[in-house]
Design a protein around this ligand. Sequence first.
Ligand SMILES: [Zn+2]
Length: 393
Amino acid sequence: MHGSMSTENEFDPEGYLLQESRKILGDDIPFVFTQDIHGVTTAKMLKHADGVAVYHTYPHVDFADTGARAARQLMRMLNDGAKPITVRVPIPALVRGDQLITETGLFGNQVAYLKSLQDDPRILNAGFQIGNPFTDVPELCSQVLVVTDNDEAFGREVALRAANEFWGNRFEMHADLVPLDESVAQASKMTGPVMFTDAADAPSSGASGDSNAIVAEMIRQNYPHSVLAPIVDASAVVRAVEKGIGGKITVKLGGNLDRRFIPVEVRATVVSVADGTFPLEKWPSIEHAGPTVVLQSDNITFIVFSRAVNLVDRAPFYANRLDPKDFHSIIVKSPFCEPEFFDDWCEINFNVDAPGSTSADLPSLGHTVCARPMFPLDEDVEFDPEPEVYSRS
Ligand SMILES: [Zn+2]
């Protein structure tokens, strides 16, 4: 499970799944669940399961290892009679940005500490979650999760240590964003190539992918360079497919799904049409964007998808015979990409403060459900750690 699923009538659908699983399995069959670092583990999940294993990496590369840690805990319980006691410490803080990258950022220290404990026989599982600020649910928070073998005191000690360190780093960990108009104005004068990171509209974080905010600003400023711009707009694709390759159309792009974006009208030539199915280069998964077209409108090359898909690497461009290196400016709708994809050969990567449902400007998101006060949604938030303890025995 990821841990950040939400529905219209159930804030904690994954907790509900575990509760129902427990009803089916009964009290005696142990189970351990796994979570993403961006998940929101809830009291209900912990109450019905015997433990939790959380990814130790962001960007996430330890999928299999996390499954193995969950399995190892189960084996300890089944073979050695281990008695799991889980301690969690919720932290009233939400942070986004490069400092969360576990290899290089400050957050990596807390994760490395918890990871090192996996070798201690008193620990069955230990992990850290930074929550998903875009899922506005009652238990949204950052949190430490430590599953011990019957050692509540040790669980409390290590969970508090990691939580306090994270709290101390919260200001430094929070992302610095460049104002949209400033980034476009600066890039206008640069030799390039220039990368614009539009994390506010990252489908991999849950956004609609139909933001036109950066291109709208470029059009407003008469941007002089070639631009590669991905966008989701099913109705524009239908119009382009009807017209066929080489045809000229006038279409409105963006703002179909997320109404905060005002559709931008462009006159464009249909360059190519594809079925939108392609393998990612980052993960072993196949994306299904639905019918996809490339539209050329003056200096802007739009790649228009019917559906939001993961735009975390160069695969969506390559699949449509577009090489990012042929452009001065590339808009990338992902909070982070492996450096070799873009950063290594770009002059600069602007982490743009564009509007959007997955913006790192968290106060702009308008939370109404999560517990308050919460950093950075509120000022002068205090942290008074209150460890919670879960045990099924
Ligand atoms: Zn994640």
